[in-house]
Write a protein that binds this ligand. Structure first.
Ligand SMILES: NC(=O)c1ccc[n+]([C@@H]2O[C@H](COP(=O)([O-])OP(=O)(O)OC[C@H]3O[C@@H](n4cnc5c(N)ncnc54)[C@H](OP(=O)(O)O)[C@@H]3O)[C@@H](O)[C@H]2O)c1
Length: 266
């Protein structure tokens, strides 16, 4: 499978490294397109795949094109790709907020897959939601799912609107986790722990709680009930969260992110 990654930034390089590490493609079959010929040496320094500076040199012959540039760079990219993408090529876009209809029209190609990965993809712990046009065959979808799975877990969604929802939950989600961790580290510091101790207490608690949850069949509510005894410390904390409408705040935050994703897509 010949793969062309367009955009060798955080995500583009994450995919390149993950595909090669998983032996899904060889360095020889992996191509990367830099923004311009002048940027080729910087990208080539990563020593992953063959790096090109002109789309016309590397788009033909690729089976799958992965668009990993920033959304604001997409109009320039679409202009550069015009007339080069063939109908049998599969286009996988991870650009936030760039709709399938836009991609179809701008590239003049029917086989489009839109995916929303997240930051932990960098360490193989990512979560990616993806959807596709009807023209993408089952075999092509499986191929792309295999590619995406090299960076973590994946879920296929039927409706494109679910990509906006996934953007709000798993795409932005790592920031919500860091927000909560940061608040608890601040609380730990206020209680007299050093920054290093606060970091250890909080990060290991998050890691342990998530792993415990994952290894059990219990719900979050079940686990909360196991930690919180009547009249105890956890119950005191949960009462304060309730007074501060923390849960409602998190739900409102996720909704605001989903609304913003929809707005950006328009
Ligand atoms: N980072 C995440 O966690 C994450 C999560 C979900 C989705 N995404 C999506 O992934 C995409 C990439 O994000 P990123 O964090 O990897 O961005 P990034 O680090 O800024 O990388 C973007 C890369 O695209 C290159 N580029 C721009 N225009 C180009 C063109 N016309 N041809 C070839 N290359 C071009 C840039 O080159 P120069 O360095 O030369 O400018 C840069 O290396 C975005 O659309 C974002 O919405 C990212």
């Amino acid at each position: 499978m010949k793969i062309l990654i367009i955009g060798g930034g955080n995500m583009g390089l994450t995919y390149a490294r993950s595909f090669v590490r998983a032996h899904i493609t060889s360095r020889l079959d992996l191509r990367l397109l830099a923004r311009s010929p002048e940027r080729v040496p910087a990208l080539a320094a990563h020593e992953i795949g063959t790096v090109w500076g002109h789309p016309a040199e590397c788009v033909p012959g690729a089976d799958i094109l992965i668009l990993a540039v920033k959304p604001q760079d997409s109009p320039t990219l679409f202009t550069a790709l015009r007339g080069l993408v063939q109908p049998q090529q599969v286009v996988l876009s991870i650009m936030a907020g760039v709709r399938i209809a836009t991609l179809r029209e701008a590239l003049g190609t029917p086989k489009v897959i839109r995916a929303m990965p997240n930051l932990p993809a960098q360490i193989g712990m990512g979560m990616t939601a993806f959807t596709s046009t009807d023209e993408v065959t089952r075999a092509e979808l499986v191929q792309v799912q295999n590619l995406l799975s090299t960076t973590g877990k994946t879920v296929y969604v039927e409706e494109e609107s679910a990509i906006d929802a996934a953007t709000a939950i798993s795409g932005s989600g790592p920031a919500y986790v860091y927000y909560c961790m940061d608040a608890l580290m601040a609380a730990a510091a206020q209680m007299g722990f050093t920054p290093a101790e606060a970091e250890l207490l909080v990060s290991q608690t998050f890691r342990g709680a998530v792993d415990l949850y994952s290894q059990s069949g219990l719900s979050c509510g079940d686990w909360i009930a196991r930690v919180a005894s009547k009249g105890g410390t956890t119950e005191a904390a949960l009462g304060a969260f309730s007074t501060g409408a923390v849960r409602e705040g998190l739900v409102a935050g996720a909704r605001a992110a989903r609304d913003r994703a929809e707005e950006l897509g328009r």
